[in-house]
Design a protein around this ligand. Structure first.
Ligand SMILES: Nc1ncnc2c1ncn2[C@@H]1O[C@H](COP(=O)(O)OP(=O)(O)OP(=O)(O)O)[C@@H](O)[C@H]1O
Length: 243
């Protein structure tokens, strides 16, 4: 059985169908890539799946056999579906540790887990204990992204939605992120990956879906998808901005 089924999902903002009748399934343990030009509906799709901040207007999202479509974001998180955001979100005045603890209290770890899970998640993404007390405001862009990842991992998710983890990173940092995401997948966590950086998408994704104007253009083997002339012309032609 697929771990995630997205069935005819749409999200409307007034007359705009930001996500328009999108359907796909994700298998347990898969890294599933999502590409598409700016404004094609990628982040809105993540919103509708995670319930943060809203679910779909039409269609269904089924996670491990359960329909998420009408559930609140925190309920979905506690079921084991976590996400990160395009912009690094952190409470600047809180410490690195306190930020990740917030994640643990929002997600699955709230059911009896705490400091141990947070410590493990922070160390897993590369923070040593000396960093735990630093305010998030002092972190570099890369470290803020790592903190967002650790916060999500502290929820003990079964599936993780990553929204542009490589944006704003240098080439070596992108390489480090690729390694880290691989290690996360190695823990058995299924990953949905929105990214513009093709090197990351092609290195990590087992399948790649391209959205355009809210609709699925193509879904398939990544190397074939990015060679598809229609994809190159319409969506990826000016996106090869990664090194
Ligand atoms: N809360 C909102 N209210 C109104 N329109 C919105 C809202 N959120 C997104 N949109 C619109 O929905 C469309 C899809 O936006 P979305 O952010 O999902 O695209 P994206 O593919 O993630 O883009 P990018 O690659 O730039 O992050 C865009 O036209 C956007 O302006």
């Amino acid at each position: 059985m697929s771990i995630l089924e997205v069935v005819g999902v749409s999200k409307l903002f007034g007359a705009l169908r930001a996500v328009d009748d999108v359907s796909f399934t994700v298998e347990a343990g898969e890294i599933f890539g999502i590409a598409g030009p700016n404004g094609s509906g990628k982040s809105t799709l993540f919103n509708t799946i995670s319930g943060i901040p809203f679910g779909p207007d039409e269609g269904r999202v089924v996670f491990q056999g359960q329909d998420l479509s009408r559930l609140k974001g925190h309920v979905i998180a506690r079921m084991g579906l976590a996400r990160t955001f395009q912009r690094e979100t952190a409470f600047d005045t809180l410490s690195v540790f306190e930020n990740a603890l917030m994640g643990a209290s929002y997600g699955r770890a709230a059911r009896g887990a705490g400091a141990a899970e947070v410590t493990e998640a922070l160390q897993f993404v590369g923070f040593d204990k000396a960093m735990f007390r630093r305010p998030a405001a002092e972190l570099s862009v890369y470290d803020r992204k790592c903190l967002m990842l650790a916060t999500a991992l502290a929820m003990s998710p079964r599936i993780l939605l990553l929204d542009e983890p490589a944006s704003g990173l240098t080439k070596p940092e992108i390489e480090d992120s690729i390694t880290l995401i691989r290690r996360i997948a190695g823990r058995g966590i299924t990953i949905l990956l929105i990214e513009h950086v093709l090197t990351m998408l092609l290195t990590l994704s087992q399948r790649l879906m391209v959205l355009n104007q809210g609709r699925m253009l193509i879904l398939g083997e990544p190397e074939e998808v990015v060679r598809n002339p229609e994809v190159i012309r319409a969506y990826l032609g000016d996106r090869r901005r990664a090194a």
